[in-house]
Design a binder for this molecule. Structure first.
Ligand code: PEP
Ligand code: MN
Length: 358
């Protein structure tokens, strides 16, 4: 990895940054047992939650301060670096006192600019690395805003963690991956390393390997994975924590791709295929332009007759028909729906633009 933030840290494979550990620190023994098992892999830091933001009160809310001492002991025994989540200035102060190696801001905290600012203020004058999880909702502004608040406070080693987004439409994952969000973050902030947290995306261990691999295929800089010696007894997130053995096999099975290849055969073939795609995209844009011209004519007709721009029955027909047609070309329902929604939104915008000008 070419990012300066983790320059002196351990990496299991090449540029690939790796954090692992229990969702929550539960006891000195559990932290030590996990740390010892994980120290066999070359992990970059041991993670464990000390203060747990739970959705409902009454569930396990973390062991608090004493957990920091357990992490510190595990560090002394194994040499692993240690990190935890901070949600308020008092957490930051306690972590700095214990000399934690890295901190992260949780998804619920990133959602709240007041909290992020308070954390950033508490961090002023330090140079500890800080990772920022994406906010629970798919709002890239809040994610970038949190990173900016830390940067403005003088923190220079900032990374991002993609842990998925809450969505009422998602059935398979606990938090929908919505890969376009981290891809957009990477485009807007190319200097910021980005790590994927497949545990909180998946919510179930069996889905984790595929998401972990996909993150690396999308050129993420690393992974954060929840690992517990006995996941079924875990006090938080029992269904998504890997055993140390499952973790080791996952790390061994994963492939870390490089962005480029020197093979001239590969470069030649890819260049040709890319030219093909460029040509197809150009035709798509011409077609979309042509479609919008027709749409504008329909808009004029509707306006003259004082007929509504939105035609719900026709829109439903279009959705049904295009989704079915798309499936014959191996295009997913979700993709077809999103594509048609975008086209329809632009069509409405253009028709309304003409109406206002009438
Ligand atoms: C965690 O990492 O255990 C955690 C609470 O994650 P998130 O902030 O992503 O929900
Ligand atoms: Mn968790």
């Amino acid at each position: 990895m070419n990012k300066t933030i983790f320059k002196d840290w351990d990496f299991p494979i090449d540029r690939f940054f790796l954090s692992a550990g229990p969702c929550s620190a539960e006891s000195a023994e559990q932290v030590m047992e996990t740390a010892k098992a994980l120290s066999k892999e070359k992990i970059s830091f041991l993670r464990a939650g000390i203060w747990k933001p739970r959705t409902r009160p009454g569930s396990f809310e973390g062991v608090g301060l004493k957990g920091l001492a357990w992490l510190d002991q595990a560090r002394q025994e194994t040499g692993l670096k240690i990190g935890t989540e901070v949600a308020e200035p008092a957490h930051v102060e306690a972590c700095l006192e214990f000399g934690l190696d890295i901190l992260w801001v949780g998804a619920r905290t990133t959602t709240n600019p007041f909290s992020v600012q308070a954390i950033a203020d508490a961090l002023k004058g330090t140079d500890i690395p800080v990772l920022v999880k994406n906010p629970i909702s798919a709002d890239i502004g809040l994610w970038i805003g949190a990173i900016e608040r830390l940067a403005n406070a003088g923190i220079t080693k900032i990374g991002a963690i993609h842990r998925g987004f809450s969505s009422s439409l998602e059935m398979r994952y606990r938090n929908t991956p919505n890969w376009k969000m981290p891809i957009e973050l990477k485009r807007r902030l190319p200097e910021i390393p980005i790590i994927c947290d497949p545990s909180h995306i998946c919510g179930k261990t069996e889905l984790i390997p595929a998401i972990a691999q996909e993150a690396l295929d999308l050129l993420f800089d690393g992974l954060m994975l929840e690992v517990h010696p006995r996941p079924e007894t875990a006090l938080s997130d029992p269904e998504q924590q890997l055993t140390p053995d499952q973790f080791s096999s996952l790390i061994q099975s994963i492939t870390v791709p490089t962005e480029q290849s020197n093979s001239s055969k590969f470069v030649g073939e890819l260049t040709q295929l890319r030219e093909n795609v460029d040509e197809l995209d150009s035709r798509l844009i011409d077609l979309l332009g042509e479609r919008m011209e027709v749409v504008r004519k329909m808009g004029k007709l509707k306006a003259e007759q004082k007929v509504s721009t939105l035609q719900p029955k026709r829109w439903q027909e279009i959705v049904d028909n295009r989704v079915a047609k798309g499936s014959q070309r191996n295009l997913s329902e979700n993709f077809m729906l999103q594509l048609m929604q975008s086209i329809h939104e632009e069509a409405i915008r253009q028709q309304e633009e003409d109406r206002v000008c009438l």
